[in-house]
Design a protein. Structure first.
Ligand SMILES: Nc1ncnc2c1ncn2[C@@H]1O[C@H](COP(=O)(O)OP(=O)(O)OP(=O)(O)O)[C@@H](O)[C@H]1O
Ligand SMILES: [Mg+2]
Lengths: 241, 254
């Protein structure tokens, strides 16, 4: 707990918290605006209104989240490398894996915040705009959780990459490359492609139904844990160069 | 006599190059130990090994009876250190930087002001560390090492980048430390003339090997015996290095 507080203090004046905070706000605003503008077209689609609400708007929200996660992960380690602060940390009685884990927790909580905000906006649209009885709160909650869980592999992966490279352009480049290759591969059906964390993240965005895919969710959790495990293990070894 | 830092045959090899070669040093408790050597002698590498920043290839060391890596946290808790270039969070002020260290070490709030005061940074405590001048960054690094009055200080060229009065000031500060509270200082430098003014004991390193270890008095005796000029100790140091370099060349030719 103490190390989490210390980590938060280090975040001061970096963009880590504001970036994910803005992503949440922007995502929510986008949902409102987009729905208002495209209301007629959206509702005339031959789909269940709940599916329309959750999946048709998620594409752009997902891109925002992805952008936020990539940038925040890069920044949360860049500040350690910038003034060579991380060297001082290695000379202090702190556990390096704990520091890594605290950063993971901060990013996760901020992402959860953003996702909650975005889905609260969607829920509000549903409550206000939908004909009586068409809105299903349980579907919103399930989809929020689903979109959060499918974003976690990317977050876990990006933190790992960011912790390894002092030059911020490398993890940023990896993020962009991940996004582009994810876009190219997401539509393919091969389940094996899900080892690619960005492909997982894109899955809910390209699905036509808001019904969570259990396999995708399970793979997400496994990958998140895997990348986190590797990151912690590497953080432990790093003291010995 | 009690030794607080000892190394035994400490060696660090990089791919095809030996940075630190079989170095055994002994730092007495409560003393100031000057670690001397020209550029690339292996001073920083030795200190990095003591702090666990890099692993020794061979040999081992003890700090206050503790061993690495099993006692890493305990060693780092009682050792204040400053290695090579200063390190700091660029997005935080000097005071905030020290506060992070203070929280990690679990010290009272007053420790930060005391450290700022010691290095003469109180006035600039609220300026962002990235906006500090080189000398101020150096002082901030030093403050970070002194925070909480650790019993062991490992300082790698702390006067690097300081102006002449700054050098004088920091030298006096370091010199006063063992009197201020019970501590041992292991400090590196290029210049014997600087070290001579504060150190009790001296170790001289060249090309990774320890050429000499002993007190200043021993060094003078040693110089006399070997026909070095004794009026200026700096010359003793330089001719010692020159002689070692010449020997090395000789050996390389053979
Ligand atoms: N990571 C590394 N890989 C390869 N060689 C290294 C590495 N770190 C240091 N060296 C080499 O080890 C030698 C000793 O370096 P070190 O920094 O310990 O010298 P120093 O005595 O501190 O010198 P200076 O007075 O210039 O600070 C140098 O030749 C350096 O190039
Ligand atoms: Mg050095």
């Amino acid at each position: 707990m103490n190390s989490l507080m210390i980590e938060l203090r280090k975040e001061k004046r970096t963009g880590v918290i504001p970036v994910l905070f803005s992503v949440g706000i922007l995502g929510a605003a986008y949902a409102f605006v987009n729905y208002m503008v495209r209301k007629e077209t959206l509702l005339s689609l031959p789909l269940d209104p709940m599916d329309i609400l959750l999946t048709q708007l998620y594409g752009m929200i997902m891109v925002l989240n992805l952008f936020g996660v990539v940038v925040a992960a890069c920044m949360i380690y860049n500040m350690e490398f910038k003034g060579n602060a991380v060297k001082k940390m290695y000379m202090l009685p702190v556990s390096v894996p704990t520091m890594y884990f605290s950063k993971f927790v901060i990013l996760t909580v901020m992402l959860l915040f953003a996702v909650t905000l975005e889905n609260a906006a969607l829920a509000r649209i549903g409550v206000v705009e939908f004909p009586h009885g068409a809105f299903d709160m349980r579907a919103v909650v399930a989809f929020s959780l689903y979109s959060f869980i499918t974003t976690m592999p990317t977050l876990s992966f990006m933190l790992l990459v960011a912790s390894r490279f002092e030059n911020m352009w490398i993890p940023l480049g990896v993020g962009v490359a991940g996004f582009l290759s994810g876009m190219a591969l997401a539509a393919a059906d091969a389940a094996l492609l899900m080892v690619h964390p960005f492909v997982i993240m894109l899955k809910p965005a390209i699905a036509m139904s808001a019904q969570p895919d259990v396999l995708v969710a399970v793979v997400s959790v496994v990958e998140t844990a895997l990348f986190l495990g590797v990151g912690l293990w590497m953080a432990k070894r790093l003291q010995y160069e | 006599m009690e030794h607080i830092i000892t190394t035994e045959h400490l060696t660090k090899e990089y791919k095809n190059f030996i940075a630190v070669n079989d170095v055994s040093i002994h730092v007495r408790q409560g003393s100031i130990y000057g670690f001397l050597g020209p550029n690339g002698a292996g001073k920083s590498t030795t200190m990095k090994m003591l702090l666990g920043l890099t692993a020794p290839t061979k040999g081992n060391f003890t700090i206050d009876g503790k061993h690495f890596p099993q006692d890493r946290l305990a060693i780092l808790k009682e050792t204040g250190s400053f290695i090579e270039s200063p390190s700091f969070y660029a997005n935080l002020t000097g005071r905030e930087n020290l506060d992070i260290i203070r929280r990690i070490l679990d010290l009272p709030k007053s420790a930060v002001e005391e450290a700022l005061e010691l290095v003469g940074l109180s006035e600039f405590g609220d300026r962002l560390a990235k906006k500090y001048s080189l000398g101020m960054k150096q002082r901030l690094g030093l403050a970070g090492a002194l925070l909480g009055r650790p019993p062991i200080l490992i300082l790698d060229e702390p006067t690097n980048g300081l102006d002449p009065s700054g050098i004088h000031e920091i030298r006096n500060l370091v010199k006063s430390l063992p009197g201020l509270y019970d501590c041992t200082v292991f400090i590196s430098s290029h210049m014997l003339s600087e070290i001579e003014l504060m150190a009790d004991d001296i170790g001289i390193l060249n090309h990774g090997s320890l050429l000499f270890e002993g007190s200043l008095h021993d060094l003078r005796q040693n110089a006399l015996k070997n026909g070095f000029a004794t009026n200026k100790l700096e010359d003793v140091f330089l001719s010692m290095i020159d002689k070692d370099n010449a020997d090395r060349k000789q050996r390389a030719i053979l």
